[in-house]
Design a binder for this molecule. Structure first.
Ligand code: HEC
Ligand code: HEC
Ligand code: HEC
Ligand code: HEC
Length: 436
């Protein structure tokens, strides 16, 4: 194959790999949570000892998973306020809300037991059951289920596409600054951390690995960052979403650059932006994390990403054409990195280097902004759980690192109470615990 063909394929392949239709938009009928919840299916009270899967997934979802309450949220006072401010009759009947807070497929695709009030149910993530439930209950393999239309949630690229469709948005549903201005909370997301805190209703044990392959938290994290940045660029370039009149959509920017008291003088130079004081600043948290991950797996691309991001920060304040050009290039670069990370087996050395890279970025002044500090903290959490799962850190070492990490989580617990100084001190303490 000629060199350029390899290059073209390298760019196209990751895009093809995630071409599976999202559960929300595929044509299958959604049968409803009840049809998964039988006590010998996924509705057991306790995990089955003799089964491959836990079989109490429904119980976990119902009792602990916020997705089970996603519809009910639309009936609370905050939702009433948001609906009123947007001029909607009700939040719980508005498509704009239901598209993310429930499994809002077309009426013709709702089975007999389907209930909108179930919120984000099994099939909102695993895909409408009509095409695969038959072979699934007679014991088909995961690969065969997926071939029949089950959504491949085990594939990190497909999972990122799925979660981000609600935890960031796409060209058909999006929490714009207009929704936030009406009162919708800020949205932050990290693929690996959120998979764990959902909470996970699956266990990555020996048979999981045999059935579905190994899962490496660091790989999931890195792919999640690349997908999030690609998605942001997609939406910035989208003619419907990208602008609100004269201005670019404000959600792409650092919320706290605008939203903080003027007496709280907090500006500091940020090396990755190159911007001076008094400038509007993109939320570049995913880009910073992605550059750190890329520095380990593809240093040339990391350098290029850093340069293009600095260019984009500048262009946004100056020139719309240049902004579009750079956003397109950053999107291509992010997709390329998805491919690179997909093939990378991140090992112990990589994990230590990534932690050191994050600490260096923080010490260099990039974590003054809340959104970046929040992503850095979740990144460290993912890397640490991968180190532990891989047996790369002794248990007492893990405990020391995790204690220090918990202090970092405390420092980002509330965006409005964020103090960069406190955070940096916690990061320095964490740095001391990284094994050499
Ligand atoms: C693009 C998807 C999306 C859309 C559209 C959307 N939301 Fe949300 N909403 C979310 C996500 C994701 C969260 C959880 C954010 C988090 O905590 O990380 C959330 C959180 C909320 C919360 C806070 C819930 C809590 O437990 O405190 C309320 C209230 C809410 N949304 C109401 C609405 C209303 C009303 C609408 C329609 C006007 C709406 N949302 C539209 C995705 C969406
Ligand atoms: C917010 C998305 C989401 C929802 C809602 C959801 N799941 Fe999952 N589920 C996942 C992810 C992610 C995984 C892990 C990746 C994988 O193995 O597919 C998973 C894994 C599973 C597994 C596989 C476990 C294994 O060992 O192979 C089962 C079974 C399962 N879910 C059942 C359910 C049931 C039943 C419901 C509804 C009660 C449900 N899920 C709701 C995202 C979701
Ligand atoms: C159909 C839309 C939708 C999809 C798909 C989806 N989510 Fe959510 N998610 C929500 C909404 C809405 C909420 C807020 C619910 C609430 O507050 O009650 C939420 C809440 C969460 C929370 C709790 C956040 C917090 O701040 O406490 C986690 C964790 C989470 N989702 C993880 C995931 C993961 C991981 C995936 C992909 C496997 C995923 N979600 C896919 C809509 C979705
Ligand atoms: C470029 C500056 C800018 C950025 C960036 C920005 N906002 Fe805003 N925001 C505004 C302005 C201007 C208003 C309208 C204020 C008014 O009506 O008094 C507003 C209003 C709001 C309100 C309603 C406040 C009220 O008093 O009711 C919320 C909530 C909000 N924004 C959240 C966010 C979030 C979350 C982000 C980040 C995703 C964000 N904003 C990014 C400028 C910004």
């Amino acid at each position: 194959m000629r060199g350029w063909m390899v290059l073209v394929l390298a760019v196209l392949l990751p895009a093809l790999a995630n071409a599976v239709e999202l559960p929300h938009y595929a044509k299958a009928t959604h049968l409803g949570v009840t049809s998964c919840a039988g006590s010998t299916c996924h509705g057991a009270q306790e995990p089955f000892k003799t089964s491959n899967v836990l079989q109490n997934e429904y119980t976990t979802w119902l009792r602990q998973d916020p997705h089970a309450k996603a519809y009910k949220v639309l009936l609370n006072d905050l939702s009433k306020r948001i609906a009123r401010n947007l001029g909607l009759p009700d939040a719980h009947t508005a498509k704009v809300c239901l598209d993310c807070h429930a499994d809002n497929v077309a009426a013709a695709q709702r089975g007999r037991q389907f209930q909108l009030t179930d919120g984000v149910g099994c099939e909102a993530c695993h895909g409408g059951g009509s095409t695969w439930l038959g072979i699934h209950i007679s014991g088909a393999s995961h690969a065969d289920n997926v071939k029949a239309g089950m959504y491949p949630t085990d594939d990190p690229v497909a999972r990122a596409e799925l979660c981000l469709s609600c935890h960031y948005g796409n060209d058909r549903k999006f929490v714009s600054h207009r929704l936030m201005g009406a009162g919708h909370p800020r949205i932050g997301f990290e693929l690996d951390t959120f998979t764990a805190t959902q909470p996970a209703h699956f266990a990555i044990d020996k048979d999981y690995v045999e059935r579905k392959g190994r899962q490496n938290s660091v790989q999931v994290w890195a792919i999640g960052q690349a997908m999030a940045l690609a998605k942001t660029m997609d939406l910035m370039l989208d003619p419907e979403v990208g602008t609100s009149g004269l201005f670019p959509e404000l959600v792409f920017f650092d919320c706290h650059a605008c939203h903080h008291p003027m007496s709280d003088l907090k500006w500091n130079p940020r090396p990755s932006t190159g911007l001076g004081p008094g400038m509007i600043k993109l939320n570049d948290a995913n880009a910073i994390m992605l550059r750190i991950a890329a520095a380990r797996a593809a240093p040339e691309l990391a350098r290029s990403l850093g340069e293009k991001m600095r260019g984009l920060h500048r262009a946004v304040t100056q020139n719309r054409e240049e902004t579009r050009r750079l956003a397109g290039e950053i999107r291509t670069l992010s997709r390329q990195l998805v491919g690179v990370f997909g093939k990378r087996d991140f090992g112990a050395e990589d994990m230590r280097a990534l932690l050191a890279g994050i600490a260096a970025s923080g010490n260099g002044g990039d974590f003054f902004d809340y959104a970046v500090a929040e992503q850095a903290t979740m990144a460290i959490g993912s890397i640490l759980s991968a180190m532990r799962a891989g047996g790369h850190v002794p248990e007492d070492g893990y405990k020391r690192m995790n204690d220090a990490l918990q202090r970092m989580f405390a420092a980002v617990a509330k965006d409005e109470a964020f103090r960069p100084g406190t955070y940096r001190a916690a990061l320095r303490d964490f740095e001391q615990t990284i094994p050499r």
